[in-house]
Design a protein around this ligand. Structure first.
Ligand code: HEM
Length: 533
């Protein structure tokens, strides 16, 4: 009897659930049809979450079936994925004022509330104006010695690693390098994370990047996105102990530096905190001088030029964000570049020959009294002479762009289309328009033989659409640290290849495994055979 009741009860619940699911699917289909877009059924995204498939792969399958533009509900918003470079150009650059923001993300966490990647409109514009100069070529030149320092630590760690075994975990080595660099560049604090694993900065930074998302965090995240007011009321935060640690850590450094600056005890700024504090002072003075009229108060994008300033909370949030935005992305680029070079030995040989040849010339040019240390020989300017190196990094970022998509929120109802009138999409306010970088970078219409590693395609004039290749996004809201990331990646790869030969070992997983993530690609450990040249 009770079994019969259970069966009947379950059947009724399943039928009701099935009815509502179908109704919601029907509504979605109609909504996307109004936008002139085909609907990717919700259950695909749901199954992907449950079975932890990689979302970019699921979407790429759809792309390969010929669906370059489609809609799917992602994190509670009508989301349109458009693998069309011309539309990317419209959204990211030409019509930027209607697509200034990313997806809404409301939380009471002081870190997430203030991070430049999340804030909107005027606040974003003000923060971007304050932060952009800290990434200028001049400021990068001041940061370069910090990167040189972490390159020396990388060289030492690689030499030590091969003492015990020629099988080296490249992800661990490059992860430590990237971590050391970010800690140096953001906070001016020198660490060697491979040999100081108990340093609290490293322990908390590692917690920040614990990549297998816990069930608890998925629930918290879903609540913040789906019911932000309730999440705020319940004071739900993701990894609060980690963000609190970085808040206090940054605050202590900031207070100390402010004191030093007041007393004139500080040299030229060369890390983010100092540069931002310097910007703050410069801009307070600038703001006092500027009495802008309403007319001149509007910039090329139609935004009001807000007075440049940055609050304490904002300053701390940006420093913590540098960790989040700069760690996995750069470590993944380096790890995947080493994997691609090990599996394509002819390309590695070409890179090695270029490294020797250019370094030889730089040494000659330095003259008999100049430093012969390859780390010293490479300057910001001379780095650009390694053309094949740049091509290798670009091609790695094409195949394994850490960001699998770039997205913007739509600020008003509007229609976008290609110049010839095709690919018309009727967007509604608060929709999300996404550019699936993963698929766009593997588009055979733009890149011949797209699955192959061919750095040569980045030598000479590109024969693909400018917006078909967007590993750093594009337009006014692109990656603010592109030049720093490229500097780090090129330097680390160059110094590895000039000294070591990378090859596949019995422990190398081909193809590599990746963690389940929704927006970024993060490889699991990649083990390669490393031999001194
Ligand atoms: C290879 C390394 C990196 C890649 C591939 C990468 C990629 C990206 C992408 C795709 C975006 C979104 C752009 C858009 O929406 O148009 C972005 C934004 C951003 N990135 Fe990077 N990034 C890298 C390294 C870094 C580093 C090292 C930092 C900081 C030190 C950083 C800081 C940021 C910030 C702050 C934003 C938000 C900018 C804004 O909203 O105004 N990134 N990055």
């Amino acid at each position: 009897m009770s079994l019969a009741l259970l069966v009947v009860g379950t059947t009724i619940i399943a039928t009701i659930a099935w009815y509502f699911l179908n109704r919601s699917e029907e509504n979605n289909r109609e909504e996307y049809a109004r936008r002139n877009v085909k609907y990717l059924p919700q259950r695909n995204a749901f199954l992907q979450m449950v079975f932890k498939e990689r979302l970019e792969e699921a979407k790429h399958e759809f792309f390969k079936q010929g669906h370059r533009i489609f809609g799917y509900n992602f994190l509670n918003a009508y989301t349109i994925s458009a693998a069309e470079p011309e539309l990317a150009q419209v959204v990211l650059s030409k019509e930027f004022t209607n697509f200034t923001n990313r997806r809404a993300f409301e939380t009471n966490d002081p870190f997430f509330q203030n991070a430049i990647s999340i804030v909107k409109d005027e606040t974003w514009k003000r923060l971007r104006a304050v932060m952009t100069p800290t990434f200028s070529t001049g400021k990068l030149r001041r940061m370069k010695p910090l990167v040189d320092d972490t390159i020396r630590t990388l060289n030492k760690n690689m030499a030590n690693a091969i003492k015990s075994s020629s099988d080296v975990n490249m992800k661990q080595i490059y992860g430590a390098f990237t971590m050391d660099t970010i800690i140096q560049v953001a906070f001016g604090t020198k660490v060697d994370s491979l040999v100081e694993p108990n340093n609290p900065v490293i322990t908390y930074a590692k917690k920040l990047f614990s990549v297998d998302i816990s069930f608890k965090n998925i629930i918290k995240f879903t609540m913040i996105l789906m019911a932000p007011k309730l999440a705020n009321f319940l004071k739900i935060r993701i990894n609060p102990e980690v963000t609190d640690f970085f808040y206090k850590f940054s605050m202590d450094i900031i207070n100390q530096k402010r004191k030093n600056m007041k007393n004139g005890n500080i040299g030229k700024a060369n890390n983010f905190i100092e540069l931002l504090l310097e910007a703050e002072v410069e801009n307070e003075e600038e703001a006092a001088k500027l009495k802008l009229t309403e007319e001149s108060n509007v910039d090329e994008f139609g935004f009001k030029k807000s007075t440049k300033y940055i609050t304490n909370d904002e300053l701390v949030a940006q420093c913590s964000l540098f960790f989040l935005a700069g760690y996995d992305t750069t470590a993944t680029t380096l790890t995947m570049a080493s994997y691609l070079l090990a599996t394509n030995p002819d390309k590695q040989e070409k890179l090695y020959k270029e490294a020797l040849s250019v370094l030889g010339k730089l040494s000659e040019e330095a003259g008999p009294d100049g430093s012969k240390d390859p780390v010293d020989l490479i300057t910001l300017e001379s780095l650009s002479r390694f053309e094949y190196l740049a091509a290798v990094v670009n091609e790695t970022l094409r195949l394994y762009s850490p960001a699998t998509f770039v997205e913007r929120e739509v600020s008003k109802d509007m229609t976008i289309q290609k110049e010839d009138g095709s690919c018309k999409i009727h967007l509604k306010k608060n929709d999300i328009i996404q550019f699936p970088v993963y698929s766009m970078h593997r588009d055979p219409e733009q890149f011949s033989d797209p699955e192959s590693f061919k750095p040569e395609r980045f030598l000479g004039e590109p024969n693909f659409h400018k917006y078909a290749y967007i590993p750093f996004g594009s337009g006014p809201r692109n990656c603010i640290a592109r030049s720093l990331a490229l500097l780090e990646a090129k330097m680390a790869l160059l110094h590895t290849i000039r000294q070591y030969k990378l090859s596949v070992s019995s422990k190398t997983k081909i193809p590599p495994d990746f963690y389940f993530q929704s927006q970024i690609i993060v490889p699991r450990d990649i083990i390669l055979k490393v031999e001194r040249r």
